[in-house]
Design a protein around this ligand. Sequence first.
Ligand SMILES: NC(=O)c1ccc[n+]([C@@H]2O[C@H](COP(=O)([O-])OP(=O)(O)OC[C@H]3O[C@@H](n4cnc5c(N)ncnc54)[C@H](OP(=O)(O)O)[C@@H]3O)[C@@H](O)[C@H]2O)c1
Length: 257
Amino acid sequence: MPHHPIYPDLKGKTAFVTGGSGGIGAETCRWLAASGVRLAVGGRDEAALSRVVDDLVQNGAQALAIPADCTDPAALDGARAAIEQRFGPVDILMAFAGGGTARPAAVHDTSETDWRSALDHNLTATFLTLKAFLPGMRERRSGAIVTMASTAGRAASAASSAYASAKAGVIMLTRHLAQEVGPLDIRVNCVSPSAILTERTARHMPAEQRAAIAALHPLNRLGTPADVAAAALFLDSDCASWITGATLDIAGGRLMH
Ligand SMILES: NC(=O)c1ccc[n+]([C@@H]2O[C@H](COP(=O)([O-])OP(=O)(O)OC[C@H]3O[C@@H](n4cnc5c(N)ncnc54)[C@H](OP(=O)(O)O)[C@@H]3O)[C@@H](O)[C@H]2O)c1
């Protein structure tokens, strides 16, 4: 296991990480666990969820698999009930579920089905996740939330316009919510990665393509799930207690605002 920074203020807290069954979310669970956070790991693929949870438990963490589709409000309500029963209320919400469901295509070639799917699995899934966990956080007047955008949602690119629009929506949703719940001491921030090499992308990306993508970034490499986990953990911690409504580009310098 790589060295993880420890945030003592996170110890004993409960986190729900959607998209925790693989890639960036699974790595973020490992980093949170190192700080003593109890993990509710969300996803749809039950076998993948079990692998992540077993690994966390074998390394001494308290972890629970939460199979739930984030486009389904009833499933999210069930998830909240299951987490509260086992660990108590959620202090940290990492709304990471999503991905590029639509094929990259020009607007005029994007089907209505692909458009709706990208919006549903990224923007609406994030909205529904926030809605399911906000009432408890509002009542307790505390919480840290991190949402997941993408460089695709920050600047026009060759990515799917539907995915890019959904991720841009996540950024604005994050800002709105941060403004609403700031007076309740709930912080809401967004991470916006570029070109993260997960197990899934590593399987499908030939070496020449990796090199071409790396060259688009001043730091001349692809990002890792750990790069995103490190930034997200900081945003969860008291070290970021004066930061809310921010979008943090984790993009090797590809975007400089
Ligand atoms: N990799 C990158 O370069 C990159 C860059 C920018 C942003 N992102 C964003 O980072 C997030 C994680 O991506 P990743 O690269 O780590 O991909 P990944 O390995 O494919 O992970 C995607 C995760 O999201 C979950 N998920 C997707 N739709 C869901 C839904 N409707 N309900 C519940 N869970 C759902 C998947 O769960 P199951 O597999 O269990 O269904 C999986 O755990 C995504 O939001 C993606 O858009 C990734």
